[in-house]
Design a protein around this ligand. Sequence first.
Ligand code: MN
Length: 193
Amino acid sequence: MSFELPKLPYAPDALEPHISKRTIEFHYGKHHQGYVNNLNKLVPGTKYENATLEQIIKGAEGGIFNNGAQVWNHSFYFATFSPAGRREPYDKLGELITGTFGSFEGFKEEFSNAAATLFGSGWAWLVKKSDGTLDIIQEPNAGNPLRSGLFPLLTIDVWEHAYYLDYQNSRPLYIQSLWNVIDWEVVVNRYLA
Ligand code: MN
């Protein structure tokens, strides 16, 4: 079994000016594709030869974990955006976010802060815990919440390759602009799944 790069549900320039076509070409076309290629080189002959990405994330170590988790994380990240989606949470997830963080604004502030203060490369996540409550966590490098039994709802990639072409060193500007392209219909559907 070989892993494939999922198709984007929008054109490469559809998220401009918030995420440029050039960033999509490098971040999706080179980095995401690169993790897929690396993973396909690493798994043959190992016990992960026929594993799913989720099995790799939960069990693997080293290069297989790093590349497998990066494939999953990027697929999840790119699938969150749309040029004309719902820009605020609603339904049960909307109520839960208001109840947990005081307001959507309060949530955005806390999530943005987690993404901005993560030292080095990694991912900020909104997760659902096994008791149904929400939490915001930081994962370094290729980290993924599935490994600790949490259910991912939303993520922001804070590796420099995610923002350097558009925002240079300003990670906070990149994070702030992402709220304009996150489609809450995708996030709410993950919560309700
Ligand atoms: Mn990335």
